[in-house]
Design a protein around this ligand. Sequence first.
Ligand SMILES: [Zn+2]
Length: 179
Amino acid sequence: MSDAHAGAGFPVVSYERRGMYSGGGNALASSFMQTVENKPESGGGPLGAVLEELLGLAREAARHSYSPYSGFKVGAALKLGSGEIVTGTNVENASYGLTVCAERAALVRAVAIFGPEIRVAAAAVANLNDAPSPPCGACRQALAEFMLPEAPVAFPAEDGMRAMPFSALLPMAFEKKRK
Ligand SMILES: [Zn+2]
């Protein structure tokens, strides 16, 4: 784990490489990692141009949030391996338990539009409440189904914006052999 303190705006960029997930063949994720490792301030910001773009779109999606119970307005943006970007927002429910997070909303939408073969190459989560909001455990497990292990995920943390590879967010996803 290495932290690069990059000044105002996005004070902390966290990055961790897991050797066990090294062979993914994801050009987008690889180029992002180089950006963060070698030139944190290049590419339109410390998080890199791709994640900055995704964060902007996630914030936009958060404006559509249906969150009359918590007031917590969250948006997520997923960049697919094909280059397409799909956003989602949280949709709450009077039962509370049926609430759907922005990340899963985006994921379901991505599959609905682009089909079951999608791979998520990068993701960003944002909220309009200035609160730390890494993807919740349920969303991490849901994303694991489609997420490339090395795909960077950007989210607001206690100490500022963070970006880390998905494999570091969920090191031991539940897996089942597909038929
Ligand atoms: Zn969630």
